[in-house]
Design a protein around this ligand. Structure first.
Ligand SMILES: Cc1ncc(COP(=O)(O)O)c(C=O)c1O
Length: 380
């Protein structure tokens, strides 16, 4: 029987424990497992890098939520990305990356993978023709997109880009961190691998760092599972448990994030101290129609450009009180940051450099009138 999203979030991979009936999957805080005889591990568990029941519960739940046969959990989003890149690519291969992406993802390509021999071309994810032009048939192994992008909230047409990637014999990888599987399920639109920083909406409480891959093809999934063990960038049982605890409320949290972000975007739009509001839910957003096609709602992230330029943007961030000045996103509390000097500082001087007047909001689930009042005083 197929179940709805919220039911899967609470139950997939999380049956009551067989021995005690514990309703919540226990934290199997163990590195190794007793074996009944040489070469006869119980239930297949030998060593916790290779397998751990708490991590398995999380992995099964992630796979169910994204609609793929294999889910894999990692120590961080970047650990998941690195494992994927080095499992799929070889030195000399080529990857198309977003010209607007999380700065740490760009750094992984530019400072780590490139040194190892992987070439990349940045291209605009909202323009399938630009992505097609950047693809090198025979050499490009991955078309990598974020949607919405971090921090400019560009929208990629997942189905159109799946066709571009597949025409060239490449995989389409979608970083679904900003949307979460509640708002968008890329595999249903043709993506081959979904990437998450589970640190963000999936964990949802700013208390755990983690990453995930969900893979559409079971064979590729098993290859990635092999690399998960061979490279070893797994998350620990307690981190897996915290992430799973967060997932149970993903649907209700996302709806409140969206409610609050819609109110704030409408307030900022047209405000005298704001030059431009970037939110996929606004009809003025260039990607609005594609977002309507592939997203349930438009998420909790808003970026805007300060009317007074870079120093005004920095002042807004410094003046905010309820919005905590901090990197990261997707937690229940609202955060504000200056991408150019914070999360995306590593992209300075590159094609991915972000505008200095940009402010990014991660809209939390507090009382919306309190958030509006804080923004009003912070805008100055
Ligand atoms: C869109 C996106 N992808 C990947 C990452 C990297 O994840 P992590 O910080 O968990 O390594 C981040 C982190 O901010 C992100 O925003």
């Amino acid at each position: 029987m197929s179940h709805g999203f919220e039911t899967l979030a609470i139950h997939a991979g999380q049956d009551p424990e067989a021995r005690t009936g514990a309703v919540i999957p226990p934290i199997y805080q163990t590195s190794t497992y007793a074996q009944d005889a040489v070469g006869a591990p119980r239930l297949g568990y030998e060593y916790s890098r290779s397998g751990n029941p708490t991590r398995d519960a999380l992995q099964e739940c992630l796979a169910a939520l994204e609609g793929g046969p294999v889910g894999l959990a990692f120590a961080s989003g970047l650990a998941a990305e690195d494992t994927l890149l080095r499992a799929v690519c070889q030195p000399g291969d080529h990857v198309v990356i977003p010209d607007d992406a999380y700065g740490g993802t760009y750094r992984l390509f530019a400072r780590v993978a490139q040194r190892w021999g992987l070439e990349f071309s940045p291209a605009k994810v909202s323009d399938p023709a630009a992505i097609r032009a950047a693809v090198q048939p025979g050499r490009t192994k991955i078309v990598w997109v974020e949607t919405p992008t971090n921090p400019l909230l560009g929208i990629a047409d997942i189905a159109a880009l799946a066709a571009v990637a597949h025409d060239a014999g490449a995989l389409l990888v979608v970083d679904n961190t900003f949307a979460s599987p509640y708002l968008q399920q890329p595999i249903a639109f043709g993506a081959d691998v979904v990437v998450h920083s589970t640190t963000k909406y999936i964990g949802g409480h700013s208390d755990v760092v983690g990453g995930a891959l969900v893979v559409a093809d079971a064979g590729l999934g098993e290859e990635l599972r092999y690399h998960q063990n061979a490279m070893g960038a797994i998350n620990g049982p307690f981190d897996a448990w915290l992430t799973l605890r967060g997932i149970k409320t993903l649907g209700v949290r996302m709806d409140r994030h969206c409610d609050n972000a819609e109110r704030l975007a409408a307030y900022l739009d047209g405000h005298a101290k704001v030059a431009q509001v970037i939110y996929p839910g606004l009809p003025s957003h260039a990607g609005h129609e594609v977002a309507v096609k592939q997203m349930r709602r438009f998420g909790g992230m808003i970026s805007f450009r300060a009317a007074g330029g870079e120093e005004h943007a920095v002042d807004i961030c410094n003046r905010a009180k309820l919005f905590v000045l901090a990197e990261s996103l997707g937690g229940v509390e609202s955060l504000i940051e200056h991408p150019g000097r914070m999360t995306h500082a590593s992209a300075a001087g590159s094609p991915l450099e972000v505008p200095g007047d940009l402010v990014r909001l991660s809209v939390g689930i507090e009382t919306v009138d309190d958030l509006l009042a804080d923004l009003e005083q912070a805008l100055g």
